[in-house]
Design a protein around this ligand. Structure first.
Ligand code: GLP
Length: 242
């Protein structure tokens, strides 16, 4: 079930997402946070760091699981999701490194890395899962056509996703990895609560298909129609086709 919140600007969107996140962090004894990359959650991550610095909100008791990671980039690469998460969130908080989980995109055996990641994830129940959405309706790196019952797996990235993400690779699509490890749709659906952020006209069709379209693997995010607690936080552009 979707609760849709439309805000005037990105700062208000980030504040709303942060408010929901902080409630979980404060309430739970051992909060399990499902984290996302992409530009959508960055404003919220800034607010978590600012709140940690000025109000002393601690994240020492939190465990985190990221959604996905590119295959073939070393952790130290400036566009690995490992680097992204440390630069945009973890370096500013007090989460112990051993509580942080990100799929290993540089493992020798990627398939085994997927199995290991899913097994680690299954030791917990994610209390709050943050999501963005791709312009083709993907969540994490579950591209159109991904079966709804998929768990953590290796994926080939769609051309559209690589074009969308080339902006992070000096606009050079050849630099964008062709594969990734991603939590599956079934892994994501196990989270107790989901918060999805989307902004801009480019996301409007995907947002419409997710909420109002048919439930179909053509729009992976449409599986969220079956989840009991999804908050979608949008700007007016992303909400323009609802
Ligand atoms: C990538 C990530 C997704 C993210 C999407 C949208 O493909 N794997 O998790 O939701 O980008 O990113 P942005 O928020 O930058 O639009």
């Amino acid at each position: 079930m979707f609760k849709t919140i439309i805000k005037d600007n990105y700062d208000q969107i980030s504040s709303e997402a942060f408010r929901i996140m902080k409630e979980v962090v404060k309430e739970k004894e051992r909060p399990v946070l499902g984290l996302a990359t992409g530009s959508s959650p960055v404003g919220m991550y800034k607010k978590m760091i600012a709140d940690h610095n000025s109000n002393g909100t601690s994240y020492k008791h939190c465990v985190t699981f990221n959604l996905d990671e590119y295959v073939g980039l070393p952790k130290s690469h400036d566009q690995s999701y490992y680097t992204f998460m440390h630069e945009n969130l973890f370096d500013g908080l007090d989460i112990p490194e051993e509580n942080i989980h990100i799929p290993s995109g540089d493992a020798d055996d990627e398939k085994q890395a997927c199995v290991d990641y899913e097994n680690a994830l299954k030791q917990y129940v994610v209390d709050i899962q943050l999501l963005g959405i791709g312009s083709d309706g993907h969540i994490a790196f579950n591209e159109p056509g991904t079966p709804f019952d998929a768990e953590t797996h290796l994926v080939k990235l769609e051309e559209q996703t690589r074009i969308d993400n080339a902006r992070f690779f000096d606009d050079d699509i050849d630099e964008v990895p062709t594969q990734a490890i991603t939590q599956g749709l079934a892994s994501i659906m196990r989270a107790r609560k989901i918060v999805l952020i989307a902004t801009g006209k480019k996301k409007a069709q995907a947002v419409r298909d997710m909420i109002k379209g048919e439930k179909t693997t053509d729009c992976p995010a449409s599986i969220l129609q079956d989840h009991p607690d999804v908050t979608v936080i949008l700007d007016k552009d992303a909400a323009s086709l609802l």
